[in-house]
Write a new protein. Structure first.
Ligand SMILES: *[C@@H]1O[C@H](CO)[C@@H](O)[C@H](O)[C@H]1NC(C)=O
Length: 235
């Protein structure tokens, strides 16, 4: 629900109330959502919220704002679809605003191109640490969900509160969308002052619990020899 309501709220904030109603300006909005139904942000789940926002803008705010929002939905396959659609679409008239895509790699390509063309992008995704670079390649990106670095701030606060020093980050790296990798990358990036050890596993290289236990034992050995209290947490 967070995605829906956040998208909706932002969308409703877009019109500028100072505008008079003498001019009607068309705003072309290009929305990238997966047709594949297996995502939290799939077309069937998110598009009703966008349609609702469009309807509300038309009836409540549209006439006074002077903006008319035209919405075009395109598929996002979490790989290249959104980029190719944006390029094809922009051979004619470029969109004024892009919503999505959510998936990290796909968003990276789209946001780079959109920023180059001065087209704002609003997305509930693109949460990886690299997107924080707002000076150049991702200058036109607005993220409406907390990025992974924000999540890492929560962990940092927990570590400070409990005086934890070390962590083993156990995560699955699917080598495709890599959501778990990007999630923990934020933690790794922000918590440089702590001893953080990444421990990836994948289909080809499955989780080895004996190895994890060995890692814990090694770390605890170290802790004893240092005569200090160390704790290990699984995230
Ligand atoms: C939909 O996405 C899931 C998750 O990425 C994938 O496993 C599945 O094969 C996709 N389905 C189709 C029809 O592409």
């Amino acid at each position: 629900m967070l995605y829906f309501s956040a998208l909706c709220v932002y969308f409703l904030m877009v019109p500028n109330p100072v505008m008079t109603n003498t001019i009607t300006e068309d705003i072309d909005v290009l929305v990238f959502l997966p047709q594949n139904n297996s995502y939290l942000f799939s077309y069937t789940r998110v598009s009703p919220a966008i349609r609702y926002a469009q309807q509300r803008l038309k009836t409540d705010g549209g006439q006074s704002s002077g903006f008319r929002f035209n919405i075009q939905f395109e598929n996002s396959d979490c790989v290249y679809d959104a980029l190719f659609k944006l390029v094809d679409r922009s051979c004619g008239r470029k969109p004024d605003l892009i919503l999505g895509p959510v998936c990290e790699y796909e968003a990276a390509a789209v946001v780079r191109l959109a920023s180059h063309w001065n087209i704002p992008v609003i997305t509930a995704g693109a949460l990886a640490t690299g997107f924080s670079n707002k000076n150049t390649e991702f200058s036109h990106l607005t993220r409406i969900a907390p990025s992974y670095v924000k999540m890492a701030e929560t962990f940092t606060a927990m570590f400070e509160h409990f005086a934890w020093k070390k962590a083993l980050l156990v995560y699955e790296d699917d080598k495709e969308e890599r959501n778990c990798y990007f999630t923990l990358e934020g933690v790794y990036h922000l918590m440089a002052d702590f001893t953080i050890k990444p421990y990836p596993f994948s289909k080809e290289d499955p989780l080895d619990t004996d190895d994890i236990l060995q890692n814990i034992a090694d770390t605890e050995g170290n802790a004893v020899s240092n005569s200090r209290l160390h704790q290990i947490k699984f995230i």
